[in-house]
Ligand binder design. Structure first.
Ligand code: CIZ
Ligand code: SF4
Length: 320
């Protein structure tokens, strides 16, 4: 604890000294979220992280999240220095959608508008007409469908299927998945509901369809936190990364109990499954390190940046 306190004090001093602000995702470790909060930074989903970076005056953004979030920050703020605790923090959706393969796929379907989830590389965004996050995907796809557009959707097939069902849009789905959400099991949730009959089930739509079907509320991280605040159940079974419990307990706590949705079919909760291994790489040590010594800086090729900015700006304008 002493060491932790000293580390936090060092980071606070470095943030001031370097004119930097810490932007953390809901899935990072509690200590990182706590520090972002204490230093006037933000804790948010990927859409709000992007927005916060553009509005804050600091010349350096330290993005505690995964690589695509750092890239998005750089695309929107080319004049700012964007640092990450580690450039190794990636995402299975980003990895599962290589830009060259994706470009070939899009080229084969020139009649379709290209909609990509924020969890993609800058190069994939550069090939897209629209970027969406889970909080605005349905609204944007509904808008495009109402204009008669047929779509390509990448990379998350579960979220794609969910949006397709909700909107009735004609969508060609890329075959990607999140290694965290893909593991939630309907059978395990049903078993837990036997033990906690009053529990509400909160599900992020990157989860399998059978899990989404059991949900009392489906939505992005921010939407799930709001649902937990609005609902009066004593217990919540939550199918998303357990990093979200930090904010959920803070805002909706008040005697409510939050339980990780099971990732094994027998109902046993796997204590390390509902946590993204890449988000977990964002340690206090690495945050202090990158602030002190630099390195781990995000660079985006200017031509790629210019193209990727357009679909990102469309999303920001649509959701403003
Ligand atoms: O699963 C993720 O990486 C999410 C939910 C990102 C975000 O905040 O949209
Ligand atoms: Fe990617 Fe899943 Fe990790 Fe989010 S939780 S960063 S979607 S692997």
């Amino acid at each position: 604890v002493v060491e932790e306190g000293a580390l936090k004090a060092r980071i606070k001093a470095l943030l001031k000294q370097k004119d930097a602000v810490l932007v953390a995702h809901y899935y990072t470790d509690d200590l990182v979220q706590e520090l972002a909060e204490e230093t006037g930074g933000c804790i948010a989903d990927s859409l709000e992280m992007a927005r916060f970076g553009t509005r804050h005056s600091a010349s350096t953004l330290v993005v505690a999240g995964v690589r695509f979030m750092g890239e998005t920050a750089k695309i929107l703020n080319p004049e700012k220095r964007v640092l990450m605790p580690t450039l190794e923090a990636t995402c299975s959706l980003d990895l599962g959608c290589p830009a060259d393969e994706f470009t070939r796929f899009c080229d084969q379907h020139p009649d379709r508008k290209v909609v990509v989830y924020a969890n993609t590389s800058a190069a994939v965004k550069a090939r897209a007409d629209w970027v969406v996050t889970s909080s605005c995907a349905i609204d944007i796809v509904e808008h495009l469908a109402s204009e008669g557009e047929k779509l390509i959707w990448a990379p998350d097939r579960y979220l794609g299927r969910y949006v397709e069902k909700a909107t009735g849009a004609d969508m060609l789905l890329w075959d990607g998945a999140c290694i965290v959400h893909e593991e939630f099991k309907a059978k395990g949730i049903l078993d837990l509901k036997q033990v906690y009959p009053d529990a509400a089930v909160l599900v992020h739509p990157e989860s399998p369809e059978s899990v989404v079907e059991l949900a009392d509320a489906v939505g992005s991280t921010t939407q799930l936190i709001k649902a937990a605040q609005a609902m009066n159940n004593p217990v919540f079974i939550v199918a998303t990364d357990r990093g979200i419990f930090y904010k959920m307990k803070q805002l909706a706590g008040d005697g409510k109990e939050f339980i990780e949705a099971p990732t094994a079919g027998n109902g046993a909760t796997c204590r390390s499954c509902a946590h993204c291994p890449w988000m977990a790489m964002n340690s206090l040590e690495l945050i202090a390190d990158v602030l002190e010594h630099g390195g781990s800086e995000i660079h985006v090729d200017p031509l790629v940046r210019e193209k990727a900015l357009q679909p990102l700006d469309r999303m920001l304008a649509f959701t403003a």
